[in-house]
Write a protein that binds this ligand. Structure first.
Ligand code: T1G
Length: 708
């Protein structure tokens, strides 16, 4: 895991622990004596740390955090302590990423050299942690507390130039970074003044007086979410940085260590580390093995509506030129305006240069002529959500697009196999379900038809990476994963309102639980008419036990876009996007509930959260049984990225483990008795509850895995 080599009295220590040179307990146990030996060797003047595998280090090994270190265990903290106490000159020669503990190791060195492709960061906050190996004490000393706090609270990776400007790196070198380290040593040795970051006094930032510290700390606490609602690590991080001002360096390190040790055992951190690994499991689909993905060099889209145009922008952002076919000139004009407006916004925000924005915009061509799709490697239809319309489009595409071309549907619920059946290439047909706005939302559901080939799937996953999407495999079933679960979630939200709980109370309970938006505000945003169409197609899905959705639809209360839905909206309030509770809607619910014979029923906020979150768990369990979703973690990722489930609860299935599957199951049995057959528990849930098990331990059967 570590290679060493001596040259001219300098020891080169190479971290070589594929794939990301994680500073695991095992590697640290190997590295501590290497530093101690170098320190004891009079012939060694300096030590250069560098990394193999194309990076310096991805940080501590996150897998290690589930095991309690013993007194004999060495961690990256121990390595850094040896460097800190050492007398030699230490250089971090960084080519590629240096993150987390990897960057912290370099902060303990006297010099940091990077290359133009280097990215430096302390992203621990994304794991519900804080830098636990000196980062909260050294970074403020190096770049000022204000910048350090921003960088650590956002967990952002800093590019090379910014790292140099901030003073994180001493030099950006173009050639071999180890040779550059030797050149630096030739300049500074033998004097080699100590440049340890720990000896610097901590400052707030350029031109900021220390008296501003209380203000900086107080405003930082105000900026982050409450501890119980996703902000637990953020508040501890601010406390750690404050300690850098109030305690000497050793005691500051000790404070940081205590805060880290509290966080690493916290439920939000377990949840966030689950998400970290679940996301990296998504592309591991049995049966994809050898199939080499095809190159998608040219794409086509049918339909220049909001979704089609958003998808086109996503391709343009990924450098894949695309042709958008749209019969209506007026719609093409609107789409062009959307593309132009979006890119100008990026330029105005300084996110893109004019040239890049222009070239991306130019890479999207609009036409009414299907023939221009003939040479496309992939064509995605994003036309009206009607099976008849989609079948016509697929039949047309099959006759026009080159034989190797893949044909995909952006449908959000409809049957992929039915679309494939009208083509001669069912092996190259699948669903690519983007989420609006398609150029922003990271979630992509890849829907596998019964005949979709492994190569087509492998190509879709590779495309997902190219588009920088989080791609999740779903088998072809109504609503796929996310929307199938949304229907049960919606059924319970509406059910609560039918029992007399005001929509704004349901929404408040769910936002307090951590959702970015409550269900009714979400329905108004996506459109009550979308809801109405789906529940008209599938009356058994989502619309509750009354005609409330029909009543709103008939009254043209379609949500934000018509100024009223489950809420009302006033342009003078929050630019017309602020949901305003509407007593008329509550009266409508009461009226419809009376007609349906639904008795009023009190629900506390906790019971509201149970009804909605357990509906997701039960639906998720059924998706696993049916082999629609591969793993519980896949379901968690879908609901976090696509529907705003709070990450600090890890997703619906992880949350069921947090609560206890047995408890969730028993509550669902009560709901079944009190509310009716829609609460029939999934057999898998009963099975896991019976053995007091967890979804985390669930392993799909071979049948489910291969979607047989
Ligand atoms: N620990 C364990 N495994 C890791 C890992 C890590 N830090 N980083 C990546 N992996 C695994 C990952 O699960 C996958 O495994 C493979 O490496 C490739 O990852 C003490 C406490 C470095 C930018 O948060 O951001 O240091 O699926 O697909 O796209 O203060 O990995 O192949 O079996 O992401 O090239 C802080 C996390 C840790 C950085 C590379 N560090 N990693 O991206 O590859 S806590 C992080 C990343 C810490 C100290 C604290 C990215 C990457 P598998 P990948 P990539």
């Amino acid at each position: 895991m570590i290679r060493t080599a001596d040259r001219d009295g300098v020891r080169i220590v190479t971290l070589d622990n594929a794939p990301v040179n994680a500073l695991s307990y095992a590697l640290s146990t190997e590295l501590v004596p290497i530093v101690e030996t170098a320190e004891a060797d009079a012939g060694i003047k300096a030590v250069i740390f560098t990394g193999a595998n194309g990076l310096f280090s991805g940080g501590a090994d996150v897998n290690d955090f589930t095991t309690e270190p013993t007194p004999q265990t060495k961690t990256v903290r121990d390595v850094i302590a040896r460097v800190e106490a050492g007398s030699k000159t230490y250089i971090a020669a960084i080519d590629g990423n240096a993150l987390g503990g990897g960057l912290e190791l370099s902060l303990a060195c006297d010099y940091r050299l990077i290359t133009p492709r280097s990215r430096l960061g302390l992203p621990e906050i994304k794991l519900g942690l804080i830098p636990g190996a000196g980062g909260t004490q050294r970074l403020p000393r190096l770049i000022g507390a204000q910048d350090a706090l921003q960088m650590m609270l956002k967990g952002e990776l800093v590019k090379a130039q910014e790292a140099k400007t901030k003073g994180l790196a001493d030099e950006i070198v173009d050639g071999d970074v180890v040779e550059a380290a030797f050149a630096l040593l030739a300049r500074v040795l033998p004097e080699a003044p100590k440049r340890r970051v720990s000896s610097r006094s901590v400052a707030l930032g350029k031109g900021m007086q220390l008296m501003a510290l209380p203000f900086i700390i107080a405003s930082a606490h105000k900026m982050v979410p409450p501890e119980e609602n996703g902000g637990f690590a953020a508040h501890k991080l601010i406390d750690a940085v404050q300690a850098a001002f109030e305690l000497d360096f050793p005691r500051g390190l000790a404070r940081e260590a205590r805060l880290f040790d509290e966080l690493v055992r916290s439920a939000p951190s377990f949840a966030l580390r689950h998400i970290f690994f679940a996301e990296r499991q998504l592309g591991k689909v049995p049966g994809l093995g050898s199939a080499p993905p095809r190159e998608i060099a040219r794409a086509g889209i049918v339909g220049a509506g909001t979704m089609g145009t958003g998808i086109a922008i996503a391709f343009a952002d990924a450098g894949i030129p695309c042709v958008v076919v749209e019969p209506s000139d007026e719609q093409i004009e609107r789409a062009k305006q959307m593309v132009f407006g979006m890119y100008m916004h990026q330029v105005q925000r300084g996110r893109l240069t004019q040239e890049v924005a222009w070239s991306r915009g130019q890479s999207i061509a609009f036409t009414s002529d299907y023939a221009e799709l003939a040479d496309r490697d992939l064509v995605i239809e994003a036309v009206f959500e009607s099976m008849d319309v989609k079948k016509q489009v697929f039949a047309k595409l099959d006759a026009i697009v080159q034989p190797e071309g893949i044909l995909a549907s952006n449908t959000s619920t409809l049957d992929i196999d039915a679309m494939a059946a009208v083509t001669n290439r069912p092996d190259r047909v699948l669903g690519l379900h983007f989420f609006a706005p398609a150029n922003i939302m990271k979630l992509l559901e890849i829907v596998r038809g019964k005949d979709t080939s492994p190569q087509t799937l492998a190509t879709a996953f590779k495309l997902g990476k190219t588009l920088r999407k989080v791609a999740v495999l779903s088998r072809n079933a109504f609503g796929f994963i996310g929307n199938r679960m949304l229907f049960d979630y919606a059924r319970e939200a509406i059910g609560l309102a039918e029992e007399g709980v005001a929509p704004h109370r349901v929404d408040a309970a769910m936002t307090n639980f951590g959702f970015a938006m409550g269900p009714f505000a979400m329905f108004d945003l996506s459109g009550v008419d979308v809801f109405w169409h789906i529940s008209a197609a599938r009356p058994d899905m989502g619309a509750g036990r009354t005609k409330i959705v029909d009543r709103l639809y008939e009254a043209k209360r379609l949500g934000q876009k018509t100024g009223a839905g489950f809420y009302t909206y006033d342009k003078a309030v929050g630019k017309g996007r602020q949901p305003i509770p509407d007593p008329d809607v509550e009266r409508l619910f009461a009226e419809e509930a009376g007609k349906a014979g639904i008795a009023p029923r009190e629900s506390t906020d906790a019971q509201i959260v149970e009804r909605l979150s357990y509906a997701l768990v039960n639906a998720g369990a059924k998706l696993l049984e049916d082999g629609v979703a591969l793993r519980p973690g896949d379901i968690d990722i879908v609901y976090i990225y696509g529907y705003g489930f709070p990450p600090h609860h890890g997703g619906p299935m992880w949350y069921a483990d947090e609560v206890g599957v047995k408890k969730v199951y028993e509550r669902i049995l009560e709901f079944r008795r009190e509310l009716g057959p829609q609460w029939e528990a999934a057999p898998l849930l009963a099975e896991i509850a019976a053995k007091n098990g967890t979804f985390a331990a669930y392993r799909p059967t071979e049948k489910e895995l291969t979607h047989a």
